[in-house]
Design a protein around this ligand. Structure first.
Ligand code: ADP
Ligand code: MG
Length: 240
C-alpha cells in the first residue's frame, strides 16, 4: 500500500513563558492510501497541531513530514502551497464557505489556482456535489443549506484537487448524531473511492468502527495506531 502521509519523529514546540511547550512530542504516524485513521485525545493534547503540521501549514521544530512521498521540509513556502493544493484536502469543523457563492461556485472558485479550465472544473464540481448527495442543492448559498449540507460542500471542495491526504478536524462537532454519522460514513466512502489517506480528529469514539485505525494523543505524544478489529466494526456498525 502506498503511504499517503508519513510523520517521522515530529516535534513541535511553542514558546511558553520562559520555556517551551511541546505541542507534539516525537510523533510517528503512517497512513496508507485508502486508510482511515481516527485520532482521539483530550482538549489541548495536540490533535489540531498534528493536523496543522501534516497540512504543511505549520513547520515542525524537528522531524519529517512526507506527503505522498514528498518531503515538505525541503520545500520553499511556494512549494508547500503547491503541495497543499495538489495533495492535501483540509476539512475543519466550520466549513468556512463564502456566503455569496452557491455550492457549485464554492468548489469551482479555487480551481483557477490549479490552472484547470473552467469547464473542466465545473464538471468535476458537479460530479462531486452529486457524490456527496447535493446535486439538487448545487445552486444554493450557504444560508439555504443545513449544517450537514454545508459540511458536505466542504468535503466535496476538499476533494476538488484529487488529494492524496484528507485532514479532518472534528467534522461533526456542530451536528446532531444522525447527521454526524452520515458525515463519517461519507468520509469512509470517499476514503475508499478516492484511495485517499484520511486522518479524522473526533471526540466521538462511536464512529471508530467505521474507520481502519485509531490512535490517541496525550500531552503531545501519539500512541501507536491500533487497527480497528473487524468484529468490532461488524458488530457496532451495520452496513448501509
Ligand atoms: P487539541 O487540538 O488536541 O485541543 P492543540 O493542538 O490545539 O490541541 O494544542 C496543543 C497544545 O499546544 C495546547 O497546549 C495549546 O495551548 C498549544 N498551542 C496550540 N497552538 C498554539 C500556538 N499557536 N501558540 C502557542 N501554543 C499553542
Ligand atoms: Mg483541536
Amino acid at each position: 500500500m502506498n503511504t499517503a502521509l508519513n510523520l517521522v519523529n515530529v516535534t513541535l514546540e511553542y514558546p511558553d513563558g520562559g520555556g517551551t511547550l511541546k505541542a507534539l512530542d516525537d510523533v510517528n504516524l503512517k497512513v496508507g492510501s485508502g486508510e482511515f485513521l481516527t485520532l482521539v485525545g483530550p482538549s489541548g493534547s495536540g490533535k489540531s497541531s498534528l493536523l496543522a503540521v501534516a497540512a504543511t501549514l505549520v513547520r515542525p521544530t524537528a522531524g519529517l513530514v512526507l506527503v505522498d512521498g514528498i518531503d515538505a521540509g525541503g520545500l520553499s513556502e511556494n512549494g508547500r502551497t503547491t503541495l497543499r493544493r495538489d495533495k492535501i484536502g483540509i476539512i475543519f469543523q466550520q466549513p468556512n464557505l463564502l456566503p455569496s457563492l452557491t455550492a457549485l461556485e464554492q468548489l469551482v472558485i479555487g480551481e483557477h489556482l490549479r490552472g484547470k479550465p473552467a469547464r473542466e472544473a465545473a464538471r468535476r464540481a458537479a460530479a462531486l456535489l452529486d457524490l456527496v448527495g447535493l446535486a439538487p442543492a448545487a445552486g444554493k448559498r450557504p444560508h439555504q443549506l443545513s449544517g450537514g449540507q454545508r459540511q458536505r460542500v466542504n468535503i466535496a471542495r476538499a476533494l476538488m484537487g484529487d488529494p492524496a491526504v484528507l485532514l479532518v478536524d472534528e467534522p461533526t462537532a456542530a451536528l446532531d448524531q444522525e447527521r454526524s454519522e452520515a458525515i463519517v460514513r461519507l468520509l469512509r466512502r470517499v476514503t475508499d473511492e478516492f484511495s485517499v489517506g484520511t486522518v479524522m480528529v473526533t471526540h466521538d469514539t462511536g464512529f471508530v468502527p467505521l474507520t481502519d485505525m485509531v490512535a490517541g494523543m496525550l500531552d503531545g505524544r501519539l500512541s501507536a495506531a491500533q487497527p480497528v478489529s473487524p468484529a468490532l466494526a461488524s458488530g457496532q456498525a451495520p452496513q448501509p
